[in-house]
Design a binder for this molecule. Structure first.
Ligand SMILES: *[C@@H]1O[C@H](CO)[C@@H](O)[C@H](O)[C@H]1NC(C)=O
Ligand SMILES: *[C@@H]1O[C@H](CO)[C@@H](O)[C@H](O)[C@H]1NC(C)=O
Ligand SMILES: *[C@@H]1O[C@H](CO)[C@@H](O)[C@H](O)[C@H]1NC(C)=O
Ligand SMILES: *[C@@H]1O[C@H](CO)[C@@H](O)[C@H](O)[C@H]1NC(C)=O
Ligand SMILES: *[C@@H]1O[C@H](CO)[C@@H](O)[C@H](O)[C@H]1NC(C)=O
Length: 431
């Protein structure tokens, strides 16, 4: 009796003090990023209460699952590996196990089944990227694209919630925490493969042969964020801004979000009125890209000219209301107007670079922090593979920036957030 009362009391306490939270991880979350891991533990009820289930679409716990389990164990939290395959996803015992958790971490590194060999040749969406070895010391690393499809197909076959996914939703509704790669959490289409260049050129009259075909899953993701936003991860580091923009235009959705690596957007109330707060590692300028394509003319795609793309960038402690698009900056950040530190902007000559990370972000932040109002960057043409050049113009005349040195005692990092910059992206003829 006392035992039952205690459990009831604890779960009420959790509901009242913690609330529903979805942790959108921007990929390559380092196992030593204490701020983000401790945040997840706290949102799952704190070290003493938290019971975290690590869900993967596999027969057994995967490499990434092992890392997640190990990291939570080091923080002194109770953690259980919960691999689910197509039969276990309907299993009452698995459903009950999930319901006992106060937190769920969804792992994308699903099993590489022999069956997917056949899928490679039958599916329209081909896993052109090779799995490779996961990078050391990180979770939510990039896996082969068919693994993302396998995870989504297992938990939400043809866009219908499985019993296990419904159990995960109820953990969230009871006031628990659900975390995982940001890119799979929305209900809007989920990007499966391709980079900014291949997405920009797909279906246009500009002849090209990019190596990694652009594709996305129309049925959407796990729908744990109940709002029409296309979401991407590894955003700045892999230059994915245009890939997000193109997915929005293809799927007639106006707003998108991209989370940087080793960064999280912690979303409170994700199923009703979501508000997200940016959480990063110590001393870094990374954050969240926000884009709105409602002003982009309809003819853009065939002409491969995308004008009036309005974008923003949010850094640590900024919070974003997903419904209104309003942002609240912490009081330690100051309005930038008149405080710009540099005379001129610095354009990038490889704005979507896969080699030099975060060119788009760097160029935009520098523009905010100088006396010029626009900057013209390029993406170089190439012969093998055949890819045309691209020009990207940023204009900050409508933008408002907030910036400050981080309020820590060691990093001296100057972080810049802004809202309302406009971009125009134009593909150039090859010959
Ligand atoms: C699912 O995984 C379990 C082990 O966790 C295994 O016994 C079972 O055969 C698997 N089912 C399928 C359909 O692969
Ligand atoms: C799981 O349940 C769904 C309906 O909820 C059903 O369509 C599917 O065939 C079941 N899968 C297995 C492997 O029993
Ligand atoms: C796009 O969405 C808007 C509003 O959501 C709708 O009015 C319009 O018909 C849609 N267009 C297409 C081509 O689906
Ligand atoms: C960029 O700004 C300059 C003035 O600073 C202006 O003369 C020029 O027209 C602008 N270019 C574009 C493409 O808006
Ligand atoms: C910075 O140092 C001061 C004085 O040593 C200390 O009071 C404060 O808590 C420190 N702030 C942080 C964020 O570490």
């Amino acid at each position: 009796m006392i035992y039952i009362t205690l459990i009831t009391f604890t779960s009420w306490l959790l509901t009242l003090t913690v609330g529903q939270n979805l942790v959108l991880i921007g990929g390559n979350l380092r196992v030593d990023n204490a701020i983000v891991w401790e945040k997840m533990v706290k949102l799952a009820g704190g070290q003493d209460v938290a019971r975290i289930g690590v869900v993967s679409a596999s027969d057994d716990v995967t490499t990434e699952g092992d890392r997640v389990i190990g990291t939570f164990l080091r923080l002194g939290v109770k953690v259980t590996g919960i691999p689910v395959n197509e039969s276990r996803v309907n299993d009452t015992a698995v459903v009950n196990l999930i319901m006992q958790q106060t937190g769920i971490f969804i792992v994308e590194d699903s099993e590489d089944k022999p069956a997917s060999f056949w899928n490679r040749f039958t599916s329209l969406i081909r896993p052109t990227d090779s799995p490779g070895e996961p990078s050391m010391g990180v979770v939510c690393y990039e896996t082969a694209s068919y693994k993302r499809q396998n995870l989504l197909e297992t938990l939400r076959p043809s866009g219908v919630d499985s019993p296990v996914l419904r159990a995960i939703q109820s953990v969230l509704k009871k006031g628990g925490m659900v975390a995982g790669n940001a890119a799979i959490m929305g209900k809007a289409p989920v990007i499966i493969s391709g980079d900014s260049i291949s997405s920009l050129l797909a279906g246009t009259r500009f002849f090209s042969s990019p190596r990694d075909q652009f594709s996305f899953r129309k049925e959407g993701g796990l729908a744990l964020l109940n709002m029409e936003y296309v979401i991407d991860s590894h955003l700045s580091e892999k230059g994915r801004e245009v890939r997000t923009i193109r997915t929005l235009l293809e799927s007639n959705i106006t707003r998108g979000i991209g989370v940087d690596e080793n960064t999280a957007l912690v979303v409170n109330n994700p199923l009703a009125m979501p508000v997200g707060k940016v959480v990063t590692a110590l001393g870094v300028i990374s954050g969240v890209f926000y884009v709105d394509v409602s002003m982009v003319p309809a003819v853009s795609m065939t002409n491969a000219l995308y004008e009036n793309v309005i974008f923003s960038f949010f850094t640590v402690d900024d919070s974003l209301d997903f419904t209104s698009g309003k942002v609240v900056y912490p009081s330690w950040k100051k309005r930038m107007f008149g405080l710009e530190q540099f005379k001129s902007a610095v354009p990038s000559d490889d704005i979507f670079s896969l080699v030099w990370p975060s060119q788009w972000r760097q160029t935009a932040l520098r523009l905010m922090n100088c006396n010029e109002m626009n900057v013209t960057s390029h993406s170089p043409a190439s012969i093998v593979p055949l890819v045309p050049g691209v020009t990207v113009v940023f204009d900050r005349s409508g933008a408002v920036g907030f910036a400050a040195h981080l309020p820590d005692n060691f990093s001296n990092t100057y972080v810049i957030s802004f809202q309302g910059m406009s971009a125009s992206v134009k593909v150039l003829r090859i010959l």
